[in-house]
Design a protein around this ligand. Structure first.
Ligand code: BGC
Length: 340
């Protein structure tokens, strides 16, 4: 019932954020980044070991629902490593690639920009050197497959580098992966974030080629983790955080000051910034979740960053697949107006 209204409001908000005025070679990247706003992560589908295992199998109607709510983009986390030969040449299963083709085609048919994001490649974080060739082999296949796709298909090299993929190791891997991608996709928009789980604190250590203008820099924001990840089973010790609320003046100040730092980095480097993930796990109290989501989304928008909420329909979800409806309080918070 609220579909058209919600869509209209989001289109207005998103198109205000999308009015580009930048000059020079970076203009296209700034424009493309603005076009991503607002987006949503199709989390816990294709980055599970097998689609469906973590609560979501994508269907055509999901893209329709997302577009009708006014979103402009989807980020598709993908675990190639569960669907590829374990030895050279690391061939990705053609059936899985066909499934990704379907997802990309659905996004495009619904007028959504789509990010192909390598996600949950556990071994590259543990033993980067040993797994570089395998990692590059995936990108060689994927980049070649989508070389003629429209520019509304974007690549994200790797979600949340961490562990032994330190800044130094990650910078080397970025360099090799980008060179490889550029062989077949010279002007494709590529998204890259910093080491340490795409935290903004590591942005100063991120090395990206100055001559490559077709890059969007991403960061993820889940601070404070004691609030956003309370009771999250994959975070050791997080059950002790249950009951943490959010919303004091100091809480708001902390978000503001973090975003000021990211903005300063973005201006210094003249790079567009995508807040590629933000959200609060479902165990937090609903009012605090809405307040946090609104504050973070607003701060991003005021900073000129595009935003993608984590996630669509599982445990941080905006959309209740059982009831077939948006959680409208959270949805409103995601599309927060900068003036609020
Ligand atoms: C991870 C998800 C997790 C989310 C929030 C994502 O990058 O892949 O498993 O739920 O971050 O922690």
């Amino acid at each position: 019932m609220h579909g058209p209204k919600i869509r209209f409001a989001l289109i207005i908000l998103c198109s205000i954020a999308a009015a580009p005025t930048w000059a020079g070679n970076r203009q296209r990247a700034h424009e493309m980044s603005a076009r991503l706003d607002c987006g949503i992560n199709l989390g816990n589908a294709l980055e599970a070991y097998h689609e469906g295992q973590w609560g979501l199998s994508l269907r055509s109607e999901h893209f329709d629902i997302i577009r009708k709510a006014g979103f402009r983009s989807v980020r598709v986390p993908i675990r190639w490593s569960s669907h590829a030969q374990p030895t050279p040449p690391y061939t990705i299963d053609p059936r899985f690639l066909a499934r990704i083709d379907w997802v990309v085609a659905q996004a495009l048919a619904h007028d959504l920009l789509v990010i192909i994001d390598t996600h949950n490649d556990d071994m590259i974080h543990k033993s980067p050197q040993m797994h570089t060739e395998r990692f590059l082999a995936y990108w060689r296949q994927v980049a070649s497959r989508y070389r003629s796709a429209p520019d509304t298909v974007l690549f994200e090299i790797l979600n949340e580098p961490h562990g032994n993929l330190t800044s130094a190791a990650w910078n080397r891997l970025i360099d090799r992966t980008l060179k490889l991608i550029r062989e077949t996709n010279p002007s494709r928009m590529v998204i890259v974030g910093s080491a340490e789980w795409n935290g903004f604190q590591q942005l100063d250590n991120l090395e990206i080629p100055e001559t490559d203008d077709n890059l969007i820099v991403t960061f993820h924001y889940y601070s404070p983790g004691t609030f956003t990840h309370q009771g999250a089973p994959w975070v050791p010790g997080s059950s002790a955080w249950l009951g943490t609320s959010w919303g004091s003046a100091d809480d708001h100040k902390a978000v503001e000051s973090d975003f000021v730092q990211v903005k300063a980095w973005a201006v210094r480097h003249d790079r567009p910034v995508l807040l590629g993930e933000f959200g609060a796990y479902e165990k937090g109290d609903p009012r605090s979740r809405v307040a946090w989501t609104r504050a973070v989304s607003s701060a991003a928008r005021r900073s000129g960053f595009s935003r993608m909420y984590w996630d669509f329909a599982t445990n941080f979800s905006l959309y209740d697949v059982q009831q077939n409806r948006w959680r409208t309080d959270l949805l409103d918070a995601v599309r927060a107006d900068a003036s609020k």
